[in-house]
Write a protein that binds this ligand. Structure first.
Ligand SMILES: [Mg+2]
Length: 370
């Protein structure tokens, strides 16, 4: 039970969340220079009149997400007016409410649902992972992303991250497998003991994807997994890579909801799936689909769009509620030039520990003026 009876929504508000990146985030399908998100605040009140406000992040990453920031702000502002005063009895009530007022945008829904769940857990005085049924919050260890660039720059970025303790790199590939191979070699030479998670963001044909993997393994590189080698709807290509690769293939762009899980299973097009709140519509769906995917034999990655610590913490609480996942990719807050939030986690290089505070435990810092 997420909350007791008599809890209602007092108010939902939304504001742009545009935090500059230290360096451009470059993947096979696009580029970002700042987050393109909406920050949602939801205030709930219980039957005794106590109130709590929660935070949620709706993170756009076009073209991975169809939506961009302006649509998200508009969609959420419109829904906010309809959500005011709504009663929340059970988790199913929230599901029904959000399905009615935010249909068709998983990204918008993810932020609103997160803010409501954060507020509900704060009212209960429980960390969100515990309110979601988790029994433990293990320390997580995340990789760190290397954007597509030239080999020298990628090696320099990897070296900087290695000084901060990161040795597991999520390397963005998928534009040109020979160039990607040169970049991987440069990073491996710069950081002895580096481990690699490849993410092609749907950029390759199966043969190119396998050529890169074969070359990387022939060079003696440690490759942990291979994310979305082929286009989202190229399940035949995904299946070919899955069948021939010696590392798990993870569906990200090919996995956006329950129906995709069935398609991936039937086509044998992945061995694992990447859970992201912005694709799946929020913590409740991510938790349910994560459990179902695991029961079907899939490995699990926990990922995010380009998100601040609000969105990353929400996913980290889902990971804790799931009892852990196979690969944690919750690093984008460390790539931002500013962090306008406080609390929720303790970070030591790649290691992230949730604090045990109620809800997500994160608060916005007072805005600087002048
Ligand atoms: Mg990905």
């Amino acid at each position: 039970m997420l909350w007791g009876s008599g809890v209602s929504i007092v108010e939902v508000t939304v504001a742009p969340l545009s935090i500059p990146l230290r360096e451009p985030f470059v993947i096979a399908s696009g580029r970002m220079d700042a987050t393109r998100a909406a920050l949602v605040r939801a205030t709930l009140q219980d039957h005794r009149g106590r109130r709590a406000t929660g935070l949620g992040e709706s993170a756009a990453l076009p073209p991975v997400t169809r939506e961009d920031q302006p649509e998200l702000l508009q969609l959420i502002a419109t829904a906010a007016a309809d959500l005011r005063g709504a009663e929340l009895g059970q988790a199913e009530d929230l599901d029904r409410l959000l399905a009615k007022h935010l249909p068709g945008s998983a990204v918008a829904r993810a932020g609103v649902e997160t803010a409501i769940l954060d507020a509900a857990a704060r009212l209960q005085g429980l960390p969100l992972w515990r309110a979601l049924g988790g029994s433990d919050a293990p320390a997580l260890s995340t990789d760190i992303t290397l954007s597509i660039s030239d080999p020298e720059r990628m090696a320099a970025a990897a070296t900087r991250h290695a000084h901060a303790g990161f040795t597991c790199f999520k390397v963005k590939v998928g534009r040109d497998w020979r160039a990607d191979c040169a970049s991987l070699r440069a990073v491996a030479a710069a950081v002895p003991g580096a481990r690699f998670r490849l993410d092609a963001n749907a950029g390759f044909a199966a043969a190119e994807a396998l050529a890169l993997l074969d070359a990387a393994l022939a060079d003696g590189l440690t490759v942990e997994c291979y994310e979305q080698p082929c286009a989202a709807d190229d399940l035949a290509g995904m299946a070919e890579v899955t069948a021939r690769a010696s590392v798990p293939v993870i569906a990200d762009e090919s996995f956006r909801g329950p129906a995709d899980l069935d398609r991936l299973l039937t086509a044998r097009a992945a061995g694992a799936v990447n859970l992201k709140l912005a694709k799946l519509g929020g913590p409740l769906a991510a938790l349910a689909l994560g459990r179902r995917a695991r029961a079907e034999g899939f490995g699990l990655m926990a990922g995010a769009m380009v998100e601040t610590r609000v969105g990353l913490l929400a996913m980290a609480h889902v990971v804790a509620a799931l009892g852990g996942v196979d690969w944690v990719d919750l690093d984008t807050a460390f790539l931002l030039a500013e962090d306008p939030f406080t609390g929720g986690w303790q970070v030591d290089g790649p290691r992230v520990r949730l604090t045990g505070a109620a809800g997500l435990g994160v608060d916005a810092l007072p805005q600087r003026r002048g």
